[in-house]
Design a protein around this ligand. Structure first.
Ligand code: GDD
Ligand code: MN
Length: 383
């Protein structure tokens, strides 16, 4: 019986696959284990490399996700694709010290334990050669995490842990699956206090490939916090869309004030410029934040998306004005009529652009160029 499934999310980690497997093989001796690589269709052919390995051993499996992205959601899918009573999650770049896995696995078996965390911030652990900025960022993240969980954790930003299947099953319907911080997500999703154990390790340097840390990781962290706070009441994408919409209103008012009130141009001209700028800004912000999973990239699709977005929002604005006028004409108080118009216009804008601009719910091909070499088994000629 398999006792431990090791889930490894990968994005362009091809050169790390074979070495990481060999390290697991060396340190997990005596445990019945398997490894599941969850690859987001990496252009460097990571999934093919995993398959090549999987053909020679039943310890290796691969889940290749096409048209989807995200570290947290990849980890969740890997965990759900496994059956072992204990699941480890570990990076695919050898920065996590796999030699502590046997101890983590052992502690996870202590009755009552929910999660065992590989921590850089307990006695014996360390950040390795993290830059000073990166350490500060990590500390800021650690402080912010207290907004959504009261659990005292030394390293809530860790992506290295072992979780029991019982605990996973308990929280799976509440996890957000947004962004990079899957451990924090899993812990903040628990209605009860979580029984956590921590084991020190020192973060290593990367040997091959490069880090995927970028500004979006920061944004996604804030989105995770927001989802944990409001997500049970309002669908998060709609909340984000509305916040972006509000920034558009502020921008619009600022531009009209700057151009018209200063006497620079006519009211109509000022309005046209302000509307244009606000629409473009709303489009770009939504593309960056609200729909980051379906983000439009490249000039052609961004231009096409922007035109569609402006058309849809113009119709939304028309229906907003029409509804507000209709209600006001019937004697409804102007503020109520105005707000009803805005709500109807926003729901229209959100629904139409979600489907037609960002193709929500449709499968997109994530990879533009096929991997150079394929390790798919060739079809046998006499089949
Ligand atoms: N499937 C999938 N999809 N995997 C991804 C994605 C994605 O969108 N983005 C990153 N990964 C994989 C990488 O290939 C790597 O195996 C692992 O996730 C971590 O990514 P890195 O880019 O190496 O992250 P890091 O070294 O900056 O961050 C590490 O430290 C953080 C704490 O500061 C990770 O361990 C994080 O999990 C951890 O929170
Ligand atoms: Mn890394």
């Amino acid at each position: 019986m398999i006792q431990l499934s090791v889930v490894i999310p990968t994005l362009n980690e091809r050169p790390n696959i074979q070495p990481i497997f060999e390290r697991l093989l060396a340190c997990l001796d005596g445990i019945d284990w398997e490894v599941i690589f969850v690859d987001d269709d990496s252009p460097d052919g990571t999934a093919e490399e995993c398959r090549r390995l999987a053909l020679s051993t039943s310890r290796v499996r691969v889940v290749q996700r096409v048209g989807r992205r995200g570290l947290a959601s990849a980890c969740l899918e890997g965990m759900l694709a496994s059956s072992a009573p204990f699941v480890a999650v570990m990076d695919g770049d050898m920065q996590h010290d796999e030699t502590i896995l046997p101890r983590m696995f052992k502690e996870a078996q202590i009755p009552g334990t929910d999660v065992v965390i590989g921590s850089r911030h307990v006695e014996g652990g360390g950040m390795g050669s993290f830059s000073r900025e990166r350490v500060k960022l990590s500390n800021l993240g650690r402080r912010l995490s207290l907004i959504i969980t009261s659990q005292e954790l030394s390293d809530p930003m860790s992506g290295f842990f072992v979780i029991t299947r019982t605990y996973l099953n308990k929280v799976i319907y509440r996890v957000s699956g947004v962004g990079f911080k899957i451990l924090l997500d899993l812990i903040a999703s628990s209605p009860d206090p979580v029984n956590v154990r921590e084991i020190p390790y020192v973060f290593r340097n990367r040997l091959y490939g490069e880090s995927k840390l970028s500004i979006t990781v920061g944004i996604e962290y804030l989105v995770l916090l927001a989802d944990k706070i409001v997500g049970y009441a309002i669908p998060l994408p709609f909340a984000l869309f509305s916040i972006v919409g509000a920034t558009g209103v502020v921008l619009y008012l600022a531009i009209v004030t700057a151009l018209y009130r200063t006497g620079y141009t006519t009211f109509l001209r000022a309005q046209i410029v302000a509307t244009g700028v606000a629409m473009v800004s709303n489009f770009l912000l939504n593309n960056l934040i609200t729909y980051r999973a379906n983000q439009l990239r490249g000039w052609a699709s961004i231009t096409k998306g922007l035109i569609g977005f402006c058309l849809a929002c113009s119709l939304g604005a028309l229906s907003n004005i029409a509804v507000a006028k209709l209600l006001a004409d019937r004697g409804v108080q102007w503020a109520v009529a105005g707000i009803t118009g805005i709500v109807i216009g926003s729901v229209w804008n959100y629904s139409v652009t979600a489907v037609f601009t960002w193709h929500l719910g449709q499968r997109k091909s994530g990879r533009r160029t096929p991997a150079k070499k394929s390790y798919l088994p060739a079809a046998s000629p006499d089949a």
